[in-house]
Design a protein around this ligand. Structure first.
Ligand code: ZN
Length: 176
């Protein structure tokens, strides 16, 4: 039990497509423990989402949790698929536990419909928008070897964390 090491940008595992999880393994003690370790690692690093390739396990597993206003409940996505994208786009600042100290603006579909297994191996089918929807898309990108930098269309928004706090943090989110 405890914190896992986070793979940082440049680690080849972040660029690999993750393997499908065998549903028969989900309820095993080792897999359940791995999920708990991922939550511990995410919380210790003040993250709101973490994908298994970020802790050097090339598997289709994502954990997410966010307190506060725009927050969302504890979420585990196993073998997730986005089956629908809404017509509107949303522009949000993103950062990543694998990319130290940087924030950048990314435009993504504002609403998605997701199908995945939960940590009990049960089918989930739900819609997500706002920060939740963006976070799911960010984490699912990790499962296909992508990071948010690849999704940026305007690299001039790439910002070091201190300057982000000073100049950009209070900027409202725009739906396009
Ligand atoms: Zn990330």
């Amino acid at each position: 039990m405890g914190a896992l090491t986070i793979a940082k940008l440049g680690n080849p595992i972040l660029r690999k497509a993750a393997e499908v999880v065998d549903p028969d393994r989900i309820l095993s003690r080792t897999f359940q423990q791995f999920i708990d370790d991922m939550f511990d690692t995410m919380r210790q690093n003040d993250g709101i989402g973490l994908a298994a390739p970020q802790v050097s396990r090339s598997e289709q597993l994502v954990v997410m949790e966010c307190q506060g206003n725009e927050g969302f409940v504890q979420t585990v996505l196993i073998n997730p698929k986005i089956v629908f994208y809404g017509p509107q786009q949303v522009e949000m600042w993103e950062g990543c536990l694998s990319v130290d100290g940087l924030r950048g603006k990314v435009t993504r579909p504002s609403m998605i419909r997701v199908q995945a297994l939960d940590r009990d191996g049960v089918d989930q089918d739900f819609e997500a928008d706002g920060l939740y929807g963006v976070c799911i898309q960010h984490e699912m990108d990790h499962l296909i070897g992508k990071v948010f930098l690849d999704r940026m269309t305007d690299m001039s928004t790439l910002t070091q964390l201190e300057e982000f706090t000073a100049y950009w943090q209070k900027e409202p989110t725009t739906v396009i």
